[in-house]
Every structure is written in structure tokens, then in C-alpha cells.
Design a protein around this ligand. Structure first.
Ligand code: XMP
Length: 467
């Protein structure tokens, strides 16, 4: 071990029971970097004070670097950072000194050079901290003296070995959605164990227009993978009938996925593992507050919605990767660019974009809206610039006038965001003429809606998906 990073988290060190490391870590002689909550917990445990000011601070800030530090080597003096905190350090422990400040936060960055302890109040790991990667690199390479010798080729070899060792001669079932994550997971596992892998593609009735056909033809034609098609549309829609609460919907969909996998597994012999394309951000954002320190934002179905008595072991070979890394891996494994560059699409599909109750009629309307939106974005040559574009159907009706007639129909929203890892996102400044084309085509071609809105909220405070 070369060093330790204490991450941020939603807890407050001023509250009893908030997570703390063993105090022994401060005596191990290892460099430590505390980020946000990590800085606060380190300060508190080493004799400093943490306060809970009236105003919480969220958003972009410019720091003022006031002392030279190895943490800030090559970083500009007024670097832009992302703040997202309630508490802040009020006094620092002995041996520490202030190395950066902002108007509202005196101890924005601190160090104890002798013990190699560093801490920042902002989040260097998010894209809005423009030189955050440089700071993390400074800590890892210059302060911890770690080697930067990780690359995707070595990841593939190691992952293949690990999968073979873990699985042995057992069989694995993989839920293949046709998105980047599950496709890459399937290819990686296939590389490791060949026909011991069987993929199941579930049509849950909440797919995009033409999606089932394109997944079946791509995997049927290009890859020699055992693939089963499960048409479960009716079962999913029946289970969702009358449900409107987002978490309830997610859990219902997650449970049905598992039920469908169980029934498909009966057709293909003894299965011991369920493989999924879970990524690191899925785990961070769906972990239970009772099981770990990170607040549950949503139960992403492949992480939070699984039953505790799942009869298979989980195989999640991508769980330590971020999306951009998975894309590189996909290319290395020979996935076509069209699939590698696809916008992320959530496992529960249009079910979490059909706000309110999910019905076949509403899904059909949403499928058409989504197809128009994506088509216009592609025609404008913007698809590659956007991390994700999505349409939602709201359970809100408004009055309109079409062909001289009064209409009273649902409202849809369009959202496009830029992001690097989906943990934070900015709304995409879609050109007005593209918005205009989308709105006019949607109202003309989809009879279920008469009003189109564009969502201009970033994450945080909103999430990317509405539910
Ligand atoms: P949120 O809405 O939490 O989404 O900001 C972050 C990213 O995750 C995708 N997402 C999911 N992916 N299963 C998935 O595989 C899910 O249940 C799920 N929910 C959200 C979302 O589309 C965005 O890219």
C-alpha cells in the first residue's frame, strides 16, 4: 500500500455514529489525502474542529492557493473547483497549515508536510474541478510515489484470468441489454470461458424503438455467443400496473428481471453465476446507507434491486471501472463503434422515463418521442458531443390547440447532458433550431402529447434520469 484517500460522503462528523477510520491509520507512516468529509474526519480525529455553518455550499468556486504545496504542483493559483458540502473545518490540528482558501471557506486545502497528510474541502474527482485530476495525480505519483503502470491490455489479461479462476467449470448467465456495459461484460466473460456463458436478452416492453431487433442481429451476426431471447413484456407491464413510486417501480423491475433470468436458466442447464455489467458509479450511487457510508440515490436495478436470497453468485467484472474505461475496453474487445459510442440507457429502460404509471400506450408514445429526439440530434451531428439524451413523459396534462381543435394531452420533456462518468453532469446547450425541430415533429407525429419542455438542470442537484 502506498497511500490512503479518505473520500467524501453524506455524513456529518458532528453527528454521533458517523463513519471514522481506525485511528491507527494516522500512525502507519502512509500519505493520506482527505476529500471533503475525508478532510473533516481527519481534522476532527487529529484535534481540529469542524463546524456546521448555516449555509451549505454547492457549486463552482475559485480557490486561492496561498502556499506552495506538492499537492498543487502545476495547478494555477485560482483554479476552478467543485464545492459540495454542509460542514467545514473551523480549526486545523497541530502540525497542519492552510494552503488554499476561498471567501466562504478558510480551510479549503490544508497540509501537514511532515506526516504527508493533505486535505481539500472541494471535490477534485469531478470534472467541474478543472485541475482536480492534476491534484490527484500529484498525490498518487509525487507524494505516494506510486507507479502509473495500469493499462487496458493488462486489465483484460488479469480479468480473464480472474474470471476463469472464479468460475472454474461452472456456467454463467449474463443479462445482455445491448448497452455498452452488459455487452462489454459479456464479451470479456466469453473471452474467458467461451460456451460456459449464456446470455439472456429480456424484452421487458420498455426498450427503445427497434432495440430488440438490433441487439439480436448484432450479437447473432457478429459474435459467436449463446443468446436466448425472453419476451417478457406482458409480465413486466402487469407487475407495474398501478405503481407510481420511483423506487417501487425500480425494485419491481429488478425483481422481474431476476424472475425472468430464473425461468430462462431452466432452459439451459446448471447455472451458478449471474453476470452483470455493473460499473463503479452504479455501486457508489446505489449502496445502502445502512450497509456503507454513501447515501442511496437510486436503486440501480442491477445493484440495489437484487433479492438478498439470489440463488446465484454475482459476477461483475467491470465493477471497478468507469464508463470511459469500459468504452476503451469495448473497442479492445472488438465491439463496433456504433455500440461502444451509444449513449447510456438505464436497465429499467423507458419504465423510469414514463413518470407516473407505466402503460403500453404511454410507452409507445415515449418510444416515438425518443426516436424523434435521437434522430434530430444525429442529423444535427451532435450525438457524439452529448453524453446522454433522453425523453420523459410526464403525468401532467396541458391544454393545446391543434388543427383548430382544443387538445388536452400529456407533456414531455427532453434532456441532454454532458458528463464524464455520470456522477455529475451539465445540461447540454442544444441549439434552438434543433429544439424547435424536435418540438414541432413530436407534436405533429405523436398524438399523445401537445407540449415539449427542455430540461436545463445539472447533476447535482438533479439526477440524469428523472426517476
Ligand atoms: P442518474 O439518473 O442516477 O443516472 O444520474 C446516472 C447514470 O446511470 C444510468 N442509470 C442506470 N443504469 N441501471 C443502469 O444500468 C439502472 O437502473 C440505471 N439508472 C440510471 C443513467 O441513465 C445515467 O447514465
Amino acid at each position: 500500500m502506498k497511500g490512503i484517500i479518505f473520500s467524501g460522503g453524506p455524513a456529518s462528523v458532528t453527528q454521533e455514529g458517523s463513519p471514522r477510520p481506525d485511528s491507527e491509520v494516522f500512525r502507519m507512516g502512509l500519505p493520506i489525502f482527505g476529500i471533503c468529509y475525508g478532510l473533516q474526519v481527519m481534522s476532527k480525529m487529529l484535534g481540529g474542529e469542524v463546524e456546521c455553518p448555516e449555509h451549505k455550499e454547492y457549486g463552482i468556486a475559485n480557490i486561492d492557493i496561498i502556499a506552495a504545496s506538492p499537492l498543487f504542483e502545476g495547478v494555477s493559483r485560482n483554479s476552478q473547483v467543485w464545492m459540495s458540502h454542509g460542514d467545514r473545518v473551523a480549526s486545523i490540528p497541530e502540525g497542519f497549515r492552510q494552503i488554499a482558501r476561498t471567501d466562504s471557506c478558510p480551510y479549503t486545502a490544508v497540509e501537514d508536510r511532515k506526516r504527508n497528510f493533505y486535505g481539500v474541502q472541494f471535490h477534485p474527482e469531478v470534472v467541474h474541478s478543472l485541475e482536480g485530476q492534476k491534484m490527484l495525480r500529484n498525490f498518487v505519483i509525487n507524494i505516494c510515489h506510486a507507479n502509473a503502470d495500469w493499462n487496458m491490455g493488462s486489465f483484460i489479461n488479469e480479468a480473464v484470468e480472474e474470471i476463469r479462476e472464479e468460475v472454474g467449470d461452472k456456467n454463467v448467465l449474463c443479462g445482455l441489454s445491448g448497452g455498452v456495459d452488459s455487452s462489454v461484460a459479456a464479451l470479456l466473460i466469453h473471452k474467458a470461458i467461451g460456451d460456459q456463458l449464456v446470455c439472456v436478452f429480456v424484452n421487458n416492453g420498455m426498450l427503445r424503438k427497434g432495440e430488440a431487433e438490433s441487439v439480436l442481429s448484432l450479437f447473432g451476426q457478429h459474435f459467436n455467443i449463446r443468446l436466448q431471447y425472453a419476451d417478457a413484456e406482458e409480465a413486466f407491464l402487469a407487475a407495474l400496473k398501478g405503481k407510481t413510486d420511483p423506487e417501487d417501480k425500480r425494485k419491481t423491475i429488478g425483481k422481474l428481471f431476476v424472475d425472468t433470468f430464473y425461468s430462462e436458466a431452466r432452459k439451459c442447464g446448471n447455472i451458478s453465476y449471474l453476470a452483470q455489467g455493473t460499473l463503479y458509479p452504479d455501486i457508489v450511487e446505489s449502496r445502502s446507507p445502512f450497509g456503507g457510508p454513501t447515501a442511496t440515490i437510486k436503486s440501480h436495478h442491477n445493484v440495489g434491486g437484487l433479492p438478498s436470497d439470489l440463488k446465484w453468485k454475482l459476477l461483475e467484472p467491470l465493477k471497478e471501472l468507469f464508463k470511459d474505461e469500459v468504452r476503451v475496453l469495448g473497442r479492445e474487445l472488438g465491439l463496433p463503434d456504433e455500440l461502444v459510442n451509444r449513449h447510456p440507457f438505464p436497465g429499467p429502460g423507458l419504465g423510469v422515463r414514463c413518470i407516473g404509471e407505466v402503460t403500453k400506450e404511454r410507452l409507445d408514445a415515449l418510444r416515438d418521442i425518443d426516436a424523434i429526439f435521437i434522430d434530430e440530434i444525429r442529423k444535427a451531428g451532435l450525438y457524439g458531443e452529448i453524453w446522454q439524451a433522453l425523453a420523459d413523459l410526464l403525468p401532467v396534462k396541458s391544454v393545446g390547440v391543434q388543427g383548430d381543435e382544443r387538445t388536452y394531452r400529456e407533456v414531455c420533456t427532453l434532456r441532454a447532458v454532458t458528463s464524464q462518468d455520470a456522477m455529475t453532469a451539465d445540461w447540454y446547450r442544444l441549439p434552438y433550431d434543433v429544439m424547435q425541430k424536435c418540438a414541432s415533429r413530436i407534436c405533429n407525429e405523436v398524438s399523445a402529447v401537445n407540449r415539449v419542455l427542455y430540461d436545463i438542470t445539472s447533476k447535482p442537484p438533479a439526477t440524469i434520469e428523472w426517476e
